[in-house]
Design a protein around this ligand. Structure first.
Ligand code: ADP
Ligand code: MG
Length: 717
C-alpha cells in the first residue's frame, strides 16, 4: 500500500482479506473467521477485551497467599494426568525470574497442548498454597506473547480454534503498520470533531490497540464509540426524513366534533403531559406526511386516552382507526374499555335520516367466532365499522379497510417494523402510526431501537393517585400477605394474586423448565380457596381459558362479585379495577423489572392506599436486585434505567439485533450521553444534506458498516 494513495476508507479495509497478512494460511483463516474476522476492517474492530498495566504486575516471589494477582511469566514445565476419580488434571509451572508458581487446571485437558514449555502467558487468579508451594487453580490465562509495551491489550480469543490474544495482537500490529503509509480516512466532518473534542480516527484505532497509557484508551474509545453511534443515528434519521418526504399521508381534520365531544365528556381534566402529547399527535395528523410516533409513559399515566384521541381525529375526517394489541386478552380488554369510553358518541352519516349514527367499535381477533368475524370483516371493508381493535389478525392479508386513517400499536416490544409496514399497506395513502410502549424504556434505547420515530412522553401521573407501598417477603412469611388480603377485603377492597405459571409447568409463554418449583395459578387458586382465603370469593384467570370464561371472570371482578383474582401475567396490562388495592406476586424473582412494574401498576389506580407484596426467595443476585429496585422506586423511567443496567442492552435491543449490529464498543448504558450527542449531530448533518451527497465518505461508510440487511433490522423493534 504505497504512500501517495488516498487514505484508506472503511470500504477499503473491508476489501482486504485477512489472508493477505503474513502467516495467515487456510487453517488460520478459518480460525479467524470463527471469531468473526474476515477482513482487515474486522480485525481492526476486534477490540481488546481488557488491558493489563504491566507496572501493576506482581513478581512471583512477592505474591501473598489469598491475594488475587496478575502474573506474567513463561511456562517452564507442563504435564497431564487423571485424578483418582478420573478427572483430567493438567499442572504447569510458571516462572518469571523471581520464583515459581504452580498452575493447576481441572477438566481442561487441552491446556497441555495450549501451553507448551516456553509459552509466554499472563495468568490471573487467587494465590493458594499446595504442599508448601504457591499455586493458582483454574486461573484465567491469556497468551500475550512477548509484548513490550507498558500496557498490554488482551483480546477476545478462541481457545477452541487455537487463536490466542497474542496471535491477534501480532496480526493487528502488522495490519496497522501496513495501513500507516496511506493512513485511515476520517469521514466525520472536522467541525464536528473539533466541537466534540474527538481525536482523529487513525490515532483512535492505533491507540485502542496499542495505548501508552490508560488515558489514551479512554480518548480512543470515546471517538470510536461516537463513530458507531453516529452511523446508526445517521441511518435512522435519514430513513425517517425520507419517509416524511416521500410517503404520501393523510391531512387529517383535527377540529372535528367527535374528538371535541369525547374530550368534553371525560369526567376529568387531561394531565399537562397528556395535553402536550395530544397536541403533538394532532399536529402530526394534520401534516401531509404520515405520523410515526412513539408514545411512552409510565404505568397508569393514561396512554389509552391519548391513543383514543388520535383514532377519533381520524374518524372525524371520515377515515377508520385501528388499535392493535399484542395479545387476545389485551385486545378484548381494550375493546371493552374503549366501548365504554365511547358509548353514546355519534358520527356523521349523510346516508341516514338524522344524518348521524352511533360510532361503531368492533373486535377482531382469532378468538372471535367465524360468523362474527366475517361480519366484522365485511363492515370494515364497507366502512360501517369506525374503530377496530384487534391482534395480529388485523394485518392478515384478507383484512380490508375502506379507508384506514390512523393506527395505534400497543406494542410491548412485540411488533416489528414488518408488521407496522403491513398495516400501513392497508390504506391508499399511508395511515398515521402511533406506537405505545407498555412501560417506559430508557431514552438511549428508545433513540436507538425506535430511532425512526418521533417521541411523546407522559411523565406525569393523573392527580389523586396514592403511591403504592411495595414490600418483600420470603415464602416462609407468606401468611402475613394473606392476613393483609383478608384485611383489605374486609375493608371492601379487592386483591390480585399473580403466579408465574398457569399449571402443570406451563407459563403463559410456553413450558417452564423450573415448572415444578413455581407457583401456578391453578394450584394456588385451589390452595387458597381451601386454605388461607377460604372465606373469600376467588376467581381464576389465565390465557388457556376460553374467551367467554375470561371475559366473564374479569367482569365479575370488575363488578366486585369476586374479592380475589388469582391469575397469570394476563392481568399485566390493561386491566383497570380502581377498587383493587392489594397486588400479591408469587415467585416474584421470576419476573423482569418492567413486568413487575407493569403488574404492580394494576393497583394504586383509585383513591385508596395500595400495597404490592413481592413473595420470593431469590436464587440469583440479579433476582435480588430486581426486587430491591421495585421496593425502592415506583418511577417507571428510573426502573427502566436500572433494568438496562442489570440486563445489558441485548435484551432491550431484542434478540435479532444482538451480535449483528455495528455496536461493538458502544453500550447504550455506559454511553447514553453519546447516544444523545450522536443523534443531535446526525439530525444536523441530514437536515443539511438529506442524502449525504456532500458527505460521500460518510454515506459510503453507512452502506459498508450497516449493510442493507443491518439497516433493515435497525428499524425492527
Ligand atoms: P396506561 O395505559 O398509561 O397505563 P391508562 O390509559 O390505562 O394508563 O389509564 C389509567 C387510568 O387512569 C384509567 O383508569 C384512566 O381512566 C385514568 N386516567 C387517565 N387519564 C386521566 C386523567 N387525566 N385524570 C384522571 N384519570 C385519568
Ligand atoms: Mg393502558
Amino acid at each position: 500500500m504505497p504512500a501517495g494513495d488516498p487514505p484508506l476508507t472503511l470500504r477499503d479495509l473491508h476489501a482486504i482479506d485477512v489472508a493477505r497478512l503474513r502467516g495467515v494460511g487456510d487453517k488460520r483463516r478459518a480460525a479467524l473467521a470463527a471469531l468473526g474476522i474476515d477482513s482487515v476492517a474486522d480485525l481492526l474492530s476486534h477490540y481488546p477485551r481488557r488491558y493489563i498495566d504491566r507496572r501493576r504486575q506482581e513478581s512471583i516471589d512477592a505474591l501473598a497467599i489469598g491475594d488475587e494477582a496478575t502474573v506474567f511469566g513463561e511456562i517452564r514445565a507442563i504435564s497431564a494426568r487423571r485424578t483418582r476419580n478420573r478427572r483430567s488434571l493438567v499442572t504447569a509451572t510458571l516462572g518469571d525470574g523471581t520464583g515459581r508458581l504452580r498452575l493447576t487446571f481441572f477438566n481442561q485437558p487441552w491446556r497441555e497442548r495450549q501451553l507448551p514449555v516456553g509459552t509466554r502467558v499472563v495468568v490471573f487468579g487467587r494465590v493458594e498454597t499446595y504442599r508448601g508451594q504457591r499455586q493458582m487453580t483454574n486461573p484465567v490465562v491469556d497468551l500475550v506473547g512477548d509484548r513490550t509495551g507498558r500496557i498490554v491489550a488482551v483480546y477476545p480469543q478462541s481457545d477452541k480454534a487455537g487463536v490466542h490474544s497474542w496471535d491477534i495482537a501480532a496480526l493487528v500490529e502488522e495490519a496497522l503498520a501496513r495501513c500507516r503509509p496511506r493512513g485511515l480516512a476520517d469521514p466525520v466532518p472536522e467541525a464536528v470533531r473539533r466541537r466534540l473534542d474527538l481525536v482523529d480516527r487513525q490515532w483512535a484505532i492505533e491507540r485502542i490497540h496499542r495505548p501508552a497509557t490508560m488515558g489514551e484508551v479512554g480518548d480512543a474509545r470515546r471517538r470510536l464509540v461516537f463513530d458507531e453511534l453516529l452511523r446508526v443515528q445517521l441511518e435512522l434519521v435519514r430513513r425517517k426524513r425520507r419517509l416524511e418526504r416521500e410517503v404520501e399521508g393523510i391531512e387529517h381534520r383535527i377540529d372535528g366534533p367527535l374528538l371535541a365531544a369525547f374530550l368534553e365528556r371525560l369526567p376529568f381534566e387531561l394531565t399537562g403531559a397528556q395535553r402536550r402529547a395530544v397536541d403533538e399527535i394532532l399536529a402530526d395528523l394534520a401534516a401531509p406526511h404520515p405520523m410515526h410516533r412513539l408514545l411512552q409513559g409510565d404505568v397508569g399515566a393514561g396512554k389509552t386516552l391519548v391513543a383514543i384521541a388520535a383514532l377519533l381525529a381520524a374518524v372525524d375526517g371520515g377515515h377508520q382507526g385501528a388499535l392493535m394489541a399484542p395479545t387476545e386478552v389485551l385486545a378484548e380488554q381494550h375493546h371493552l374499555g374503549v366501548r365504554e369510553l365511547l358509548d353514546g358518541l355519534e358520527v356523521a352519516d349523510p346516508g341516514t335520516l338524522m344524518g348521524t349514527r352511533p360510532l361503531q367499535v368492533a373486535l377482531l381477533t382469532n378468538a372471535v367466532p367465524t360468523a362474527e368475524r366475517r361480519r366484522v370483516l365485511g363492515e370494515m371493508a364497507t366502512g360501517r365499522v369506525d374503530l377496530v381493535i384487534g391482534t395480529h389478525a388485523l394485518i392478515q392479508e384478507a383484512v380490508e379497510f375502506r379507508d384506514l386513517g390512523a393506527v395505534v400499536i400497543d406494542e410491548q416490544h412485540r411488533f416489528g417494523v414488518e408488521q407496522r409496514a403491513a398495516l400501513r399497506d392497508k390504506g391508499d395513502a399511508a395511515p398515521d402510526v402511533l406506537v405505545m410502549t407498555a412501560t417506559p424504556i430508557p431514552r438511549s434505547a428508545a433513540m436507538t431501537v425506535y430511532g425512526d420515530l418521533d417521541q411523546s412522553v407522559l411523565d406525569e401521573l393523573p392527580p389523586g393517585r396514592t403511591p403504592i407501598e411495595t414490600r418483600r417477603v420470603s415464602r416462609a412469611e407468606e401468611s402475613t400477605v394473606w392476613d393483609d388480603v383478608r384485611a383489605a377485603v374486609a375493608a371492601g377492597r379487592q386483591a390480585y394474586v399473580v403466579c408465574p405459571l398457569i399449571g402443570d409447568g406451563k407459563a403463559e409463554s410456553g413450558d417452564d423448565p423450573d415448572g415444578d418449583d413455581l407457583a401456578s395459578a391453578v394450584a394456588t387458586h385451589e390452595r387458597l380457596a381451601t386454605g388461607e382465603l377460604a372465606e373469600l370469593r376467588l376467581g381464576l384467570l389465565h390465557g388457556r381459558l376460553g374467551p367467554a370464561d375470561k371475559e366473564a371472570t374479569m367482569e365479575m371482578f370488575r363488578l366486585g362479585h369476586l374479592d380475589v383474582l388469582v391469575a397469570t401475567t394476563v392481568v399485566e396490562v390493561g386491566v383497570d379495577v380502581p377498587n383493587a388495592t392489594v397486588m400479591v406476586i408469587l415467585d416474584a424473582d421470576r419476573f423482569g423489572i418492567a413486568q413487575l412494574h407493569q403488574l404492580r401498576g394494576r393497583v394504586g389506580r383509585g383513591r385508596h392506599a395500595s400495597r404490592c407484596w413481592l413473595v420470593a426467595d431469590p436464587t440469583t443476585p440479579d433476582g435480588d436486585r430486581r426486587l430491591d429496585a421495585l421496593v425502592a422506586s415506583t418511577d417507571g423511567f428510573e426502573l427502566a434505567e436500572i433494568d438496562l443496567e442489570l440486563r445489558g442492552e441485548g435484551t432491550i435491543m431484542g434478540e435479532r439485533q444482538k451480535g449483528r449490529s455495528d455496536l461493538k464498543l458502544a453500550s447504550l448504558r455506559r454511553d447514553r450521553d453519546t447516544v444523545v450527542t450522536a443523534r443531535r449531530v446526525a439530525v444536523e448533518i441530514i437536515d443539511d444534506d438529506p442524502e449525504l451527497e456532500r458527505h460521500p465518505d460518510l454515506a459510503d461508510e453507512l452502506t459498508v458498516a450497516l449493510g442493507d440487511e443491518d439497516a433493515e433490522f435497525l428499524l425492527k423493534g
